[in-house]
Design a protein around this ligand. Structure first.
Ligand SMILES: [Fe+2]
Ligand SMILES: [Fe+2]
Length: 371
């Protein structure tokens, strides 16, 4: 199943069973994990099946973690030589920093470290690796991805520091995205974030892209499409405050976790409303994208005409994106299957007139294949 291949493979090299088990336990819900106790078997394993990231303890025998990093960097296979590497060590931070720089590893964790520090380091390194490949894209596509990622990262800083969004800057950053869609070449954008490890960014970019495409198909002008792109990028901002373990939990959420998940809507609204320059349309998209036509949605349980048309479009795109996205616990659903689900079991939730237009558009542009 090629889709499952996209779940990143991580390799842990650590002689201390208890530390190794702890890391494996932390990561196994989100990634595929292989582990080795020594550098020789690790190198053989890495050469047999190329991982996406390696976590190496500096004391791994017999050669030591730093020597293993050097061997990896000298490997003939560029996929292996360029691999993201995180070092774990009990060394004091400044000494560790120096050693890591010298052997050309990408990041380090000083033991003992927190679960959140481990997850942050892994996600950051996997994402940086994906972002580096954007350099190979044509300028407009590259600008669209870099611009939206910059906006997204600044949103998380703004949320932490309580400053305000620069909406004018955000519009400018989203211009290349609208241009790429006008040239009807959006597949490169979706492919570019497929393996990105920040799921909320990848999902928001996908929603922004599809929403803008939807807008262009129903005849909205450039400025209106720009508004949809910004609205799509902002619609789940509140998810940045949801803990990784809930946001990426494989399987069903319990009642408490579900409550936390749903809170992303009011959190997003508070955040957007505090930024006085955010257009009303973007606030409507964020506030109503989980409402359902039959009144079974949240946060307000709005029904039928109470739900704004823009939010109905956003709900269609949001669900389509969630179904077709690959997650750790499920492969991405093929486009035709997702559309069948939306016109079948989910029909009472969604505006069927808009859905017909969306379906035509998606089948035209993707041929019904996996996105
Ligand atoms: Fe949402
Ligand atoms: Fe969403």
């Amino acid at each position: 199943m090629p889709e499952l291949r996209q779940v990143p493979l991580l390799v842990i090299v650590d002689p201390a069973t208890s530390h190794r088990d702890q890391i494996v336990r932390a990561l196994i819900n989100f990634y595929r994990v292989n582990y080795y106790a020594d550098t020789d078997s690790a190198l053989r394993g890495i050469r047999t099946r190329t991982p996406d990231l390696i976590i190496i303890d500096d004391l791994a025998p017999p050669q030591g973690g730093y020597e293993l990093v050097r061997q990896i960097r000298r490997d003939q296979n560029p996929d292996i030589a360029d691999m993201p590497i995180i070092i774990t060590s009990k060394l004091e931070e400044s000494a560790l920093q120096h050693a890591v720089r010298k052997c050309d590893a990408n990041a380090y964790l000083v033991k003992p470290y927190r679960y959140s520090a481990l997850m942050h380091a892994v996600t950051t390194q996997l994402s940086l690796h994906v972002e580096a490949q954007w350099d190979l894209l044509p300028p407009k596509e590259r600008a669209a991805l870099r611009g939206t990622l910059d906006v997204f990262q600044s949103l998380s800083e703004i949320m932490e520091t309580g400053t305000r969004i620069d909406y004018a800057g955000m519009r400018t950053a989203c211009e290349p995205l609208v241009d790429v869609i006008a040239a009807s070449d959006f597949r490169a954008l979706l492919n570019g974030v497929k393996s990105h490890d920040n799921y909320t960014y990848a999902h928001s970019l996908k929603v922004a892209t599809m929403l803008c495409l939807f807008g262009s198909a129903i005849g909205l002008n450039h400025n209106e499409q720009l508004l949809l792109a910004c609205g799509g990028l902002l619609h789940d901002t509140g998810k940045m405050l949801i803990p990784h373990a809930v946001l990426n939990k494989p399987g069903r959420l319990d009642a408490g976790e579900w409550e936390v998940m749903r809170s992303h809507v009011p959190v997003t609204l508070d955040f957007l409303q505090a930024s006085l320059t955010i257009p009303k349309a973007a606030i409507i998209i964020a506030g109503q994208h989980h409402e359902k036509l039959d009144g079974s949605g949240y946060p307000k349980g709005l029904k039928g005409k109470e739900i704004n048309e823009l939010a109905r479009m956003a709900a269609i795109v949001d669900i389509f994106s969630a179904l077709t996205d690959r997650r750790v616990y499920k492969p991405g659903m093929p486009v035709s299957e997702a559309l069948a689900m939306m016109t079948g079991p989910m029909a009472a939730h969604l505006d069927q007139h808009l859905l017909r237009l969306f379906k035509e558009l998606v089948l035209d542009t993707t041929g019904g294949e996996i996105l």
